[in-house]
Write a new protein. Structure first.
Length: 609
């Protein structure tokens, strides 16, 4: 086999022509297994341009799989191909050129358009395959995706242009200074700052423009020692004779150990210097204002070291903080609301400085050296300089001792209220039970029994609300278990209640309606689903269903039919339907080897446990 007219045996004697022809033909006809392992796309054509084979990478780059040996798909498997910014015909493709001229194509760049409209930049390396007599019998094309390469190359070029534009047109004054102090280059901002024309500034020695000879000498010496200058204060003489107070940030550029130039950024702080005294006066007035505040206030630097505190801060902490030594907080010790220790480096002020953001809606306990503790709300807020850099933080500590005492008193009252409601329900149950025992009217006994079960269900719900201690919600599992247990106590021992599922967190305002619904469904199942007060099993499940939840009460009795429009609101199932609508749900009954009473809740607020 020979590629590009060169035999692999050249220089070692003429190889067997028949063997070379066979190898070349085999290479074109059957792709070697390693072709699929190549990191590039590859395909082969015969001398007429019919595609003989292609690897998977070629199909992926083309976005299609061309038909092998199809005369309508000669030279290339691309849907569309662009070179030189225009679409080309198949007869103009690199493979067509190779088969026609016998000359390889190396590193030709083009655009492959896929059937879905997406485009990929590709680099083509195509070579002819010749037999021992030098006749072209086909060609092989290896090409690869250079989209990312072009993007990176373009990005680098744009980056270079951006850097050039950044230096020349940047809002900050910049200049380059050579080893001897000669100004090599200065941007527009630098020239405008001092009022010089380029020919009056560039090429002169930087010492000529510094009002402080010792200062520029020190700057150049330190830069020569590879030190970096960070906001070094200096005084420059402008063209009109005025003095510009500036801060210079600079570092030296060394190549092969030799000083090449410095890179300097100059920030004009003339106004700041002139206003320094005014700022100092303003700070003093602000300090006096902080001292007069009844709330504890203190400040820190960016490392968290205390830089200032007012009298109220020292009183809240029960100690005198040490400026520059105490860190993050003025307090002696800190605790979380649950009483666990809160290290100072994890306190709200430390979080503010670490994450450069205010911290709100947290509570903490400050312990004084005498052992007393003070609950407080912190309000740490970052302090930034004119450039936006974090320079420290301010914190206000609000003593919430009185609020905590009020909350504790409120909790005590709420607990007492729940206790009284529970006692009242128990008393009501006892009265209903006594009335039921004393009456001889069967209908009255039935109604009183239903009333007892309703009150029992409500009492069970109230008990869950009381035990959970949450002001907003309760666990469905505990709730379902409590209501079923209360109902089971009023049913015959031959009736069993099994809870298959109970998932979710329910809002407190659903407790009573849901307790009455479940009680009515259990009572109905005992009355009708298990043949009166006979034997049977009732299954209960409260679980997710679609976008909502559903309550299912199922028995193994003979079943019954329920027509929604024919039920009074005061009846058991009528009450269930009405309460279901109140909770944003609906009620339905199914009969299949027993009765399934289903209440689906679409709009009731339920969260996962």
């Amino acid at each position: 086999m020979a590629l590009n007219g060169t035999s692999p045996n050249e220089g070692r004697g003429r190889a067997d022509p028949f063997l070379e022809n066979a190898l070349a033909t085999q290479l074109l006809a059957v792709p070697p297994a390693f072709v699929e392992l190549l990191p590039v796309a590859a395909y082969a054509c015969d001398a007429h341009g019919q595609i003989l084979w292609f690897n998977q990478r070629a199909a992926e780059l083309w976005g299609r799989r061309p038909r092998i040996g199809d005369n309508t798909e000669l030279f290339c498997g691309s849907y569309k191909l662009y070179f030189g910014g225009r679409a080309i015909a198949r007869e103009e493709t690199p493979m067509a050129r190779v088969l026609k001229s016998g000359e390889p194509v190396q590193g030709m760049e083009g655009i492959v358009e896929r059937p879905d409209g997406s485009r990929v930049a590709a680099m083509v390396h195509a070579a002819p395959v010749k037999d021992a007599d030098g006749r072209i019998i086909g060609g092989i094309n290896c090409f690869h995706d250079i989209t990312e390469l072009q993007r990176v190359t373009g990005a680098l070029r744009e980056r270079q242009e951006e850097l050039e534009d950044f230096f020349e047109n940047g809002a900050v004054a910049m200049h380059l200074v050579g080893a001897e102090g000669t100004i090599l280059r200065a941007n527009k901002a630098e020239l405008e700052l001092l009022g010089y024309k380029p020919e009056d500034y560039i090429g002169r020695n930087i010492r000529d423009f510094h009002d402080d000879a010792e200062g520029i000498k020190d700057m150049l010496a330190r830069l020569g020692r590879r030190e970096k200058l960070d906001r070094y204060p200096a005084c420059l003489r402008a063209q009109d004779g005025s003095i510009k107070y500036v801060l210079v940030t600079s570092s030296a550029n060394f190549r092969d150990g030799c000083f090449v130039n410095t890179r300097c950024v100059t920030v004009d702080v003339t106004e700041e210097v002139l206003a320094k005294q005014r700022v100092a006066d303003s700070e003093e007035r602000f300090r006096q204002l902080l001292e007069a505040l009844p709330a504890a206030v203190y400040t820190t630097d960016r490392e968290g070291k205390i830089t200032y505190y007012n009298k109220s801060a020292a009183e809240l902490a029960g100690r005198t903080p040490e400026l520059g030594r105490d860190q993050w907080c003025v307090t002696w010790r800190l605790y979380n609301p649950d009483g666990s220790a809160l290290p100072h480096d994890q306190c709200p002020m430390a979080v503010t400085l670490r994450e450069n953001r205010p911290v709100r809606n947290v509570e903490a306990l400050a312990e004084r050296p005498d052992g007393t503790r003070v609950p407080f709300l912190p309000y740490p807020t970052p302090l930034r300089d004119r450039s936006g850099a974090l320079v420290g933080a301010v914190n206000m500590l609000v003593d919430i001792t009185e609020r905590k005492m009020a909350e504790a008193h409120q909790a005590l009252l709420f607990k007492e209220l729940n206790h009284r409601v529970k006692n009242n329900m128990q008393m009501l149950q006892s009265l209903l039970s006594a009335s039921r025992r004393e009456t001889t009217d069967p209908q009255a006994r039935l109604r009183l029994g239903d009333a007892m079960r309703k009150v029992s269900a409500m009492a069970a719900a109230q008990q869950i609300l009381y035990d959970e201690g949450s002001p907003t919600d309760f666990k469905a599992a505990d709730f379902i278990t409590a209501v079923c247990s209360a109902a089971r106590g009023t049913f015959p021992d031959t009736v069993d209640i099994l809870i298959d599922a109970a998932e979710g967190i329910l809002p407190n305002d659903t407790a009573m309606p849901l307790a009455l619904i479940l009680n009515e469904l259990l009572t109905n199942a005992v009355k009708h689903g298990v043949n009166g007060f006979g034997e049977g099993t009732i299954r209960v499940a409260f679980s997710p269903c679609g976008a909502g939840h559903q309550l299912v009460v199922q028995d193994n009795g003979p079943g019954f039919h329920w027509i929604a429009d024919g039920q009074r609101r005061s009846s058991g199932l009528g009450l269930v339907a009405g309460l279901a609508r109140q909770l944003g749900g609906n009620f339905q009954v199914e009969n299949d080897h027993g009765t399934r009473c289903i209440v689906q809740f679409e709009n009731m607020r339920i969260s996962s446990a």
